[in-house]
Design a protein. Structure first.
Length: 445
């Protein structure tokens, strides 16, 4: 039976970039960078993204197109009669946990989009930190945002690859870049903005901690949507006329560029308005209205940007829900629509504790962290690197070498040197780096 495929290389790249460029680059990167030294963190993040994230993204693409199956079945197909299917199952579990708190933030974005369009954000004497606090402290508002965000996800995923994910990704991603550049230009022209530019682009490595390095590694995985085999599922719909290294490089470059834009949009404004770069998860929701309030027609621009920010957030969440849905629809015995609705309903229930972490459950902690922060830490700093380590072991030591080389070189004009470099990175650099960071995290080093 023929599987659905992306209709074009551009559609695949935009969908993959959409999966990567969302909360990871736009929401999470600025506040994590702000809490870990700014420029030094950014450079370490770029290093990890190029030397670890890019090889990992290529690996997931190779596994997915090589098997032409979704995550769990892909490992079963490529390593029959073995326990390697656990890697796919681990990815589905990780995506479930990630989506449980990601959808909460998606709900915040959705609420801010609605409030921006209705003119309830920007106003004379508005207190943006208090506004964010009041939204996240309301169980009704946060749960409504969570439910609506998941509803949109379910509706798109139920339509399939071409008519759902690809259509949603191909046209709106370029608009996000345009509006981001507008925001950067305005942020850079604020009085006192250069102090923020210096914080973001002039590294001070004395501010780097072992925890910061761990966060940079986790962010490089989070920002590229690798480690949970989401990209295995996406590339399983990929035709053979697309070069995997070229497509992966395009996604990585776009992701680094958006992270750069996010930093240049946020940090100059942070310092210009005397705010703290260590604000945390609410940083973006405080800074965006502050900057747009200084622009003529700022309410309109904020509404447009929030719409596009919402879109970027959704395209990332699509990949997380798709890996879950595709795992239960691969054999065609269950309808995509039914599985999508059931998965969305279960996800809503699972997301309730994270959604209430700043209100009803604010005093409930796990190892000193709220449910939201604990889930974020578990997924970003433990499960994503571990998933990446397992995928590296699989592609280096278990997957058929001739198939790996064929998929890497298919439709690619690069010399054999690029393939050898990638194999070296996957065999040595990726696993050793992950192990060193883990050992450091445990306090052994």
């Amino acid at each position: 039976m023929n599987r659905e495929q992306w209709s074009s290389k551009l559609g695949f790249i935009m969908a993959s970039a959409g999966a990567a460029i969302g909360l990871g680059a736009i929401w999470k990167f600025p506040y994590v960078a702000g809490m870990n030294g700014g420029a030094a963190f950014f450079l370490i993040f770029i290093l990890f993204t190029v030397l670890i994230g890019l090889p990992m993204l290529i690996s997931e693409f190779v596994i997915g197109r090589g098997a032409k199956k979704e995550a769990i079945t892909a490992y079963k197909t490529l390593a029959p009669n073995s326990k390697w299917k656990i890697v796919g199952q681990f990815g589905v579990l990780g995506s479930f946990l990630l989506l449980s708190f990601y959808s909460v933030v998606g709900g915040w974005v959705l609420i801010y989009t609605f409030l921006s369009i209705t003119g309830q954000v920007i106003g004379e004497g508005a207190n943006y930190p208090d506004l964010f606090g009041s939204i996240t402290a309301s169980p009704f508002i946060t749960l409504t945002g969570l439910a609506t965000f998941l509803l949109i996800n379910v509706m798109v995923i139920s339509l399939g690859i071409k008519n759902g994910i690809e259509k949603a990704s191909k046209y709106m991603m370029p608009l996000l870049f345009i509006f981001f550049i507008v925001l950067v230009v305005r942020s850079l022209t604020l009085e006192g903005a250069m102090e923020g530019v210096s914080f973001f682009l002039k590294p001070n490595f004395s501010s780097v901690t072992a925890g910061g390095v761990l966060y940079a590694l986790g962010q490089s995985f989070f920002a590229l949507a690798v480690g949970f085999s989401c990209m295995v599922t996406y590339s399983s719909y990929l035709g053979e006329k697309v070069s995997i290294p070229n497509a992966a490089s395009s996604v990585v470059l776009m992701n680094i560029f958006v992270s750069l834009l996010a930093g240049l949009a946020i940090f100059p404004a942070v310092f210009a308005f005397g705010l703290e770069p260590t604000e945390g998860p609410g940083l973006l929701f405080v800074i965006l209205p502050t900057v747009f309030a200084e622009i003529p027609l700022g309410g309109l621009f904020l509404s447009l940007f929030m719409l596009l920010f919402l879109f970027a957030t959704l395209t990332s969440s699509f990949s997380l829900l798709e890996i879950i849905v595709s795992a239960f629809t691969e054999n065609k015995e269950r309808s995509r629509k039914r599985v999508s609705w059931v998965s969305g309903s279960i996800m809503f229930i699972a997301g309730i504790p994270a959604a209430l972490s700043m209100s009803t459950l604010s005093n409930f902690t796990i190892f000193g962290k709220t449910v939201f922060d604990a889930t974020d830490y578990l997924v970003s700093n433990i499960m994503l690197p571990l998933g990446s380590f397992l995928i590296a072991m699989f592609i280096v030591y278990r997957m058929d070498k001739s198939l790996v080389e064929k998929e890497f070189k298919l439709a690619t004009s690069e010399s054999i040197g690029w393939y050898s470099a990638w194999v070296f990175l996957m065999k040595w650099v990726v696993p050793i780096t992950i192990l060193i960071v883990y050992v450091n995290m445990l306090g052994v080093l």
